[in-house]
Ligand binder design. Structure first.
Ligand SMILES: *[C@@H]1O[C@H](CO)[C@@H](O)[C@H](O)[C@H]1NC(C)=O
Ligand SMILES: *[C@@H]1O[C@H](CO)[C@@H](O)[C@H](O)[C@H]1NC(C)=O
Ligand SMILES: *[C@@H]1O[C@H](CO)[C@@H](O)[C@H](O)[C@H]1NC(C)=O
Length: 566
């Protein structure tokens, strides 16, 4: 599945050959690298792990120049994106880092593979006994109460003191399996939509105030008609689906017939699989989110080739394949320029080192000119799904400063949707591109919700779009859904269309990482009312300018003149 970089491995082997191999005893002094004090809820301790059972561990090495990559991405001018070679120059570890870590593994007789072409991820397979010795750890068996599956984790691990500056994390160790949410359980299906496709007239619904269809969105957001794509350079869009969610082709045909009768109803999407993903197309199992994704990308942007990357259950990354997806796209020779990932989880579900490792991955995708888009979540200030809380729960990956987080609005004219998650990270510092906008908001709200969120950090969402009463077809039946998965899908389609105009008009590089461009561009409808309650508060209010529920607003795209504002 991963492109093993032969050159790097050959180089490493050569290095080992000429390096004096250190003995295990030269790594005698350990320092605790990561620990957790409690077993997370949903898991029950069984006992010590069987010493002979095998573990596959990933080792994330410290890159040589992530600050350099960061300043490339924070540039507010549109400029050429990095080549893979230029990206690798930032991301690869120093020779000292690689050599120190591989010497350490060799001293235990452990073979490794390099699973990223930049060389910053290594993978080893060892038994529990060796892993305990290597990491001064105590791997134990736990029952995952929701699946009944047994998993092996440790509550702490250590590194030899001299290796600590070279390793960011080893995984899976202290991060328990994260169940990424399609937010699907909160993607509300409404049964009160009158009629169904059989009885539907070809004309769009009389009132977009009650149900949102592609026609409503094309008008509302001034969505550009897509130019005929040039297959060599076309703007393309990829959507990642997890938990084996797949889009139903028959539903897409029905949707296009009902809501885009002007288009051929045989428009379709490509599929790619990782981690044992599959696409059985049996009508009973189509994913609501996956259907929403293809119906609104193809329904709004019919000339943009759409690829659905289906991430299956055979991932060993402990984050439902989130790490595997990043590596998969980074290794693709010609990845789509827009990547929509309509899934997420609460920021506290992972350690800060894991959040940083994932966020670094999104930064790398941005460096290559890929726009990475996530929904902000559907629980207001109370996380991806509303839950009991005393302090606000930020969502991830929205809290990563290198993704574009899309909040939700409702109605025409738009007001912020009450479920739209927004707020402030407890991990990532505030990026320069949003400092002015966020500080203005903080001064407007004064002491509101003081102590419930972190005033100094990365704030989200960045932008928003309609997210309620979105009409889709699932299992042949018309339905309306609500959730930021919808707004993220609409927004991703608009970006792919702007990229298509840029390519067709020879107007420079595609948009890539949007945020530094968008916070200063004048192409947004400001959303100024609504709030996102949670944690026994009214949450954050939408106000003039950026706010922690609708971001800088919804797009107001008026042809190529908008591109010149970017
Ligand atoms: C690191 O290794 C590469 C590949 O062999 C080599 O080209 C480079 O000069 C080395 N850098 C340093 C600083 O030793
Ligand atoms: C879609 O249908 C049109 C005719 O309506 C046909 O020309 C075209 O080849 C079809 N495309 C696919 C992908 O089947
Ligand atoms: C607030 O966010 C910063 C990052 O900007 C982080 O370093 C700090 O630990 C956070 N504070 C709390 C209490 O979580």
């Amino acid at each position: 599945m991963f492109a093993l970089n032969i050159n790097i491995c050959a180089f490493i082997a050569l290095q080992i050959g000429i390096t004096i191999v250190l003995t295990q005893s030269s790594f005698a002094s350990f320092i605790t690298h990561e620990r957790r004090d409690t077993i997370p809820t949903g898991f029950t301790l069984i006992g010590p792990a069987d010493g002979s059972s095998m573990l596959t561990l990933r080792i994330n090495l410290i890159s040589n120049n992530m600050p350099g990559l960061e300043s490339e991405l924070y540039n507010t001018a549109r400029k050429a994106h990095l080549s893979k070679e230029e990206l690798t120059a930032f991301v690869s570890p120093t020779n000292e880092t690689t050599t120190s870590v591989t010497d350490w593994l060799s001293s235990f007789g452990i073979d490794f593979t390099t699973t990223s072409s930049a060389g910053n991820w290594l993978q080893i397979t060892v038994n529990v006994g060796t892993a305990n010795q290597l990491l001064n750890a105590n791997f134990m068996s736990f029952n995952d109460d929701s699946t009944g599956k047994e998993i092996v984790r440790t509550l702490s691990y250590s590194l030899p003191t001299q290796l600590q500056p070279h390793i960011r994390l080893i995984h899976p160790t202290v991060v328990f399996p994260v169940k990424v949410k399609p937010f699907g359980s909160t993607l509300k299906q409404k049964s009160d939509i009158p009629g169904n496709i059989a009885g539907r007239a070809t004309a769009p619904p009389a009132s977009c105030a009650e149900e949102i269809t592609p026609t409503c969105l094309l008008d509302l957001y001034g969505i550009p008609l897509s130019p005929t794509p040039n297959p060599q350079t076309a703007s393309r869009l990829a959507i990642a689906e997890f938990h084996n969610q797949f889009p139903q082709k028959a539903d897409l045909v029905a949707f296009l017939k009902a809501f885009r009768p002007d288009l051929p109803s045989n428009l379709t999407f490509n599929v790619e699989f990782i981690d044992g993903g599959s696409d059985p197309q049996n009508p009973s199992e189509a994913g609501i989110v996956a259907n929403l994704n293809v119906q609104y990308t193809i329904g709004l942007a019919p000339t943009i080739p759409v690829t659905v990357i289906i991430v299956g259950p055979d991932n060993t990354d402990g984050i439902d394949g989130f790490l595997d997806l990043i590596n998969f796209v980074l290794e693709q020779p010609n990845p789509a320029q827009v990547l929509l990932i309509p899934f997420g989880f609460n920021e506290p579900d992972v350690t800060s080192t894991m959040a940083q490792a994932l966020c670094d991955g999104y930064m790398q995708l941005g460096g290559l000119g890929i726009t990475v888009i996530f929904p902000s979540g559907n629980g207001g200030v109370a996380g991806v799904e509303s839950e009991q809380c005393t302090t606000f729960i930020p969502t991830f990956p929205s809290s990563c400063p290198f993704v574009t987080s899309v909040g939700g609005t409702t109605g025409i004219p738009e007001v912020a949707a009450d479920f739209s998650s927004g707020g402030f990270s407890n991990i990532f510092t505030r990026p320069d591109y949003q400092t002015t906008a966020v500080e203005k908001y903080l001064s407007l709200i004064g002491d509101l919700n003081a102590g419930k969120f972190n005033k100094s950090s990365r704030a989200f969402p960045d932008v928003s779009a309609l997210a309620e009463n979105i009409v889709i077809i699932v299992g042949g039946t018309e339905d309306a859904v609500a959730g930021t998965e919808a707004s993220a899908t609409i927004f991703a389609s608009i970006i792919a269309l702007i990229n298509a105009e840029i390519i067709a008009g020879g107007l420079g590089p595609v948009l890539g990482f949007l945020n530094p461009l968008f916070y200063i561009a004048d192409i947004f409808n400001d959303i100024t009312s609504g709030d996102n309650p949670g944690c026994d508060t009214d949450g954050f209010p939408a106000l003039v300018g950026w706010d922690a529920i609708s971001g800088i607003g919804s797009t107001n795209f008026v042809g190529t003149s908008s591109i010149t504002k970017l």
